[in-house]
Each structure stands twice: as structure tokens, then as C-alpha cells.
Design a protein around this ligand. Structure first.
Ligand code: CS2
Ligand code: MG
Length: 402
């Protein structure tokens, strides 16, 4: 029987900080997992190195479910982004190994194709409307059928979601940048600019918007109602989702579809949102919610309630995550859409292979396993560079959800 012989955790910054797990079996088969948690990378790296790796050596790599249960229940302390990202990295790596041993791409182990390709959405942004419109035009010219639109709020410096240069990266400072926030100014502006986007570009593409946890439920209800006629594909994270029942209030007032889940890390954290149909898309990601094994459980629960997938997938999830996500997206019946951002060139030098982009869609790798290789030698040239996500403060100086 093949056993797990070696567990390596690589922390490097090719394009941005990534934590990559590599598991090697006694037969020399390797599997990769993504353990990146933006702004808290070293917490997951230490959790893996110090508390998980010693438990894995000698285990049967084929026992993916047993390893998941062992790491989840055996930790005693459950859930949360650090634990579930560490478990996810191990899970993804073991699925990679299982695919390589079977000589099959992972999606084939998940039931085979349910679709030919995976619809993605791109991220158009601009510090003002003119820049946003130019960016939307660029994404439409590049073949994107779904585009998220974010722009700065006049009078507020550093609004959420505005890309600086080619690659979007919100974790950009050695200590958290403090950004001002005004709900009133946002609510007076966002519905207006989204309407101008529809007036300029029409309705022949999916338009998405990320509220990014910034509103109270009734404010989110107002926002959803005001943009209803714009037929958004979704409004994302309209209000913080720790209190899942707060979405009942939004649902009472608007039919604008709702997407939630990128900061939620287990089926229990989205259980009420799904079973009460308080959301339309669940955005849990393969690398922050326990890996392929647990994400499948979440999407299967979601399928019972006609909730579709909409997995998180910005560049602070590595190409290993994106590859694993597209294997899952290719196989599940209730796929909705996959978030996708182009990686930096350095990232693609270190992480080779995986899903490929064409005509607004991602195409799954047919290589055995996930289809991604990690060049650890080249990665060493890009040392870890600690960065924090911003913190938002209201105009009275109190902390708000960033
Ligand atoms: C955003 C993320 O892509 C999204 O929907 O919410 O970019 C999020 O801000 C980052 O992943 C935080 O690291
Ligand atoms: Mg988001």
C-alpha cells in the first residue's frame, strides 16, 4: 500500500503571496493543495507544518474522506478560515494524487462532465465612470459574457474593488490601509452608476456587483429594490452573513438575486441561507471551505433548494484552487458561475497548467489529477512579502466591514 511520505508547505510570492501544500507518496506521486488565506497566510502555513503534516505521514493517501473526517473531528476545535483552509489544501492534494494514480482528471472522479465549459465573470472597475466604461468595453471585447462592475464612490478615497494596474490586489500594504466608508454616499451613487452601465452597454451580458458586506439588511433591501430593473446576475454579500436569518428581510423586499459565501467556510455556515432559499448562489470556495470533498457536500445541499454555485476565485486563490474549482464546476449539476481573474505572469511561471480561458469560459484540464505543476525552485525567487487587507472606517472613525 502506498503511504504519505512527505508533506511540504511552500510560502512564496510569485505575483502575490501564495501558500502551496505538496504531498508526496511512497510511490513518488505528488499532489498539490492551495492553502492561501489573504492577509493571514502564515497562520495556515504553521497550522499545516506544525499540526497537520506530522499526522499525515504514514497515512493511506487514497483515504480522502477518512482523512477529512480525521482532520476535522480530530482537531476538536472546528470550522473557521484557518482550519478549513488547511483541511482544504490537504483534501485538494489528495484528490490530485487520486486522479494521477487513476490516470484520470479529477472531474471524471466526480461523476464526469455535466457541461462542456465553465461560465466565468471578469472584474471591470475604474476610479471613475469613464475608466469603468473603458474597462467593461475591454472585457466585452475579450469575450466575457459576465462582468462585475465596481467603481469608486465620489468623495471617498480607496473604494472597494477598484483595480490599480493590470492585476487586482486588495492586500497591498505592509499594515492595513484604513479606507473611509460612507453608506449614504454609496447608496446614493451605486444604483445610479449601475443604471448608467446598462444604458451604455445594454442587457446582452450578465452584470454583477459586489456590495462586499457593507450594508445593513434594510439598506441591502433598498439597494436590491433600486437595481431590480437592471436585472443584475447577482448582488454579492449585501450584508454580513454571520446572522443568516437577516437575509429574510432582504428577500421580503427584492427579487435581485443574492450571492453569499466567500468568507464562509463550512456547510453549517450556509445551511440556513440555502435551506430557506435566502440566497440564489453560494460562493464558498474550494480552498477556504474544506476542499473538494466538503464543497461537493455544500453544492449537493444547494441543489436540493435550487441554489447554484458561484465560487469565489480572485487571484488571492492560486491556480491550484482555480484548477480544483473548475473540476468541481465541470461535474456538478447546479453550477452557476465561476469567478475568474487573470493571474500575474510570475504566478503562471511558477504554477503551470490547469484550467484554460477562452471566449468567456474556463476549460478544465484533461491531465490526470488537477493538471497543475508547481516549480518550487523558481518560487524561491519570490520571497513571501507580508501584506494586509484594508480596514474600513466610517466617517465618524468607527470600524466598518471592509
Ligand atoms: C472579492 C474578493 O472577489 C471578490 O468577490 O470579495 O476580491 C475579496 O475582496 C478578496 O478575496 C479578499 O482577499
Ligand atoms: Mg466578493
Amino acid at each position: 500500500m502506498s503511504t504519505i511520505e512527505k508533506v511540504d508547505v511552500f510560502v512564496a510570492a510569485p505575483g502575490r503571496n501564495y501558500v502551496t501544500l505538496r504531498i508526496t507518496t511512497s510511490d513518488g506521486v505528488t499532489g498539490l493543495g492551495d492553502a492561501t488565506l489573504n492577509g493571514r497566510e502564515l497562520a495556515v502555513a504553521a497550522y499545516l507544518r506544525d499540526h497537520v503534516a506530522p499526522l499525515l505521514v504514514g497515512r493511506d493517501p487514497a483515504r480522502i474522506e477518512d482523512t477529512w473526517q480525521y482532520l476535522y473531528r480530530g482537531a476538536y476545535w472546528r470550522r473557521g478560515p484557518v482550519t478549513m483552509t488547511a483541511i482544504a489544501a490537504v483534501d485538494i492534494a489528495l484528490w490530485d494524487i487520486k486522479g494521477k494514480v487513476a490516470g484520470l482528471p479529477v472531474y471524471q472522479l466526480l461523476g464526469g462532465r455535466s457541461r462542456d465549459a465553465v461560465l466565468v465573470y471578469g472584474h471591470a472597475s475604474g476610479s471613475d465612470l469613464a475608466e469603468l466604461f473603458d474597462d467593461i468595453a475591454r472585457f466585452k471585447d475579450a469575450g466575457y459574457q459576465a462582468i462585475r462592475a465596481q467603481t469608486g464612490v465620489p468623495g471617498l478615497a480607496g473604494s472597494y474593488g477598484v483595480r490599480k494596474g493590470l492585476i487586482y490586489e486588495p492586500a497591498a500594504t505592509a499594515l492595513p490601509e484604513e479606507q473611509p466608508w460612507s453608506t449614504e454616499q454609496y447608496l446614493n451613487f451605486a444604483p445610479r452608476y449601475l443604471r448608467e452601465v446598462r444604458e451604455r452597454f445594454g442587457f446582452d451580458f450578465h452584470l454583477l456587483h459586489d456590495v462586499h458586506h457593507r450594508l445593513t439588511p434594510i439598506e441591502a433591501a433598498r439597494f436590491g429594490k433600486e437595481v431590480e430593473e437592471l436585472h443584475l446576475f447577482w448582488m454579492e454579500d449585501p450584508t454580513p452573513a454571520e446572522n443568516q436569518e437577516s437575509f429574510r428581510l432582504i428577500r421580503q423586499h427584492t427579487t435581485t438575486p443574492i450571492a453569499v459565501g466567500e468568507v464562509l467556510t463550512s456547510i453549517w455556515d450556509v445551511q440556513q441561507l440555502i435551506t430557506e432559499q435566502l440566497i440564489d448562489y453560494v460562493r464558498t470556495s474550494v480552498s477556504h471551505s474544506g476542499g473538494i470533498t466538503h464543497l461537493r457536500r455544500i453544492f449537493d445541499l444547494a441543489a436540493l433548494y435550487q441554489v447554484r454555485s458561484g465560487s469565489h476565485g480572485p487571484t488571492d486563490l492560486s491556480p491550484v484552487s482555480l484548477a480544483a474549482a473548475v473540476h468541481v464546476d465541470t461535474a456538478i449539476p447546479n453550477f452557476g458561475i465561476q469567478e475568474y481573474m487573470a493571474f500575474a505572469p510570475e504566478t503562471l511561471e511558477v504554477f503551470r497548467g490547469g484550467a484554460s480561458f477562452a471566449d468567456g469560459m474556463l476549460h478544465v484540464s484533461e491531465e490526470p489529477g488537477l493538471g497543475v505543476e508547481y516549480d518550487e525552485r523558481l518560487a524561491e525567487r519570490f520571497p513571501y512579502d507580508p501584506k494586509y487587507l484594508p480596514v474600513a472606517r466610517r466617517l465618524d472613525g468607527s470600524v466598518h466591514d471592509w
